[in-house]
Design a protein around this ligand. Structure first.
Ligand SMILES: [Zn+2]
Length: 185
């Protein structure tokens, strides 16, 4: 999906784990479809790009709204670029030969530094609306499919480390808080 002018936005600071309750609760449905919404989506693309991420949910820049952006390669290496407002997640029928699930490394801009293996559906789909309220769909496989599921979790207040055993979560959060650390995907 092409998003004209997506680099016109202004990057905003990323909220890290435990820093702001907005990251840890379900985000609100978007009900106002005006200029501010367009600006927010542009700023989300800019924030994702500035942070070297492959996806970003609105609450990761402190905004309580059910929106995410994605710019991430799928299982074929094709970039999946787009955004969805008020998305719902579904797991569509697999194509021949595709695995139902895949375990792969996952990281998060809100837990900067570490990565951990997470099991996710291989193919995922989100349905929602664009900035004019018109229906849009993104369906993706591999890392992009994983990203759709990761961002949907964010909008429900779940960071990927919340899916892991407590001991592992605490270790990852300690690593994220430590000095240095590369930028995550
Ligand atoms: Zn994340």
């Amino acid at each position: 999906m092409r998003v004209p002018g997506r680099y016109d936005g202004v990057a905003r600071p990323i909220v890290t784990y435990g820093e702001d309750p907005v990251l840890h609760r379900r985000c609100a449905e978007v009900t106002e479809f005006g200029r501010d919404l367009r600006r927010l989506v542009l700023d989300m693309f800019a924030s994702m790009q500035a942070a070297d991420g492959v996806g970003l949910a609105a609450n990761q820049i402190g905004v309580d709204a059910r929106i995410f952006v994605i710019d991430c390669p799928d299982a074929e290496g094709e970039d999946v670029v787009g955004y969805v407002i008020n998305p719902t997640l579904s797991l569509p029928d697999l194509h021949e030969g595709e695995p139902a699930e895949e375990t792969s490394e996952e990281g998060c801009l809100s837990v900067p530094g570490p990565y951990a293996d997470v099991r996710r559906a291989f193919r995922a789909r989100v349905d929602g609306v664009d900035i004019k309220g018109e229906p849009i769909t993104i369906e993706a496989t591999g890392m992009a499919g994983r990203c759709l599921q990761h961002e949907m979790d964010h909008l429900d207040g779940t960071v990927y480390v919340d899916l892991l055993p407590e001991e592992q979560r605490e270790q990852l959060l300690a690593e994220a808080a430590g000095p240095g650390g590369d930028l995550p995907a």
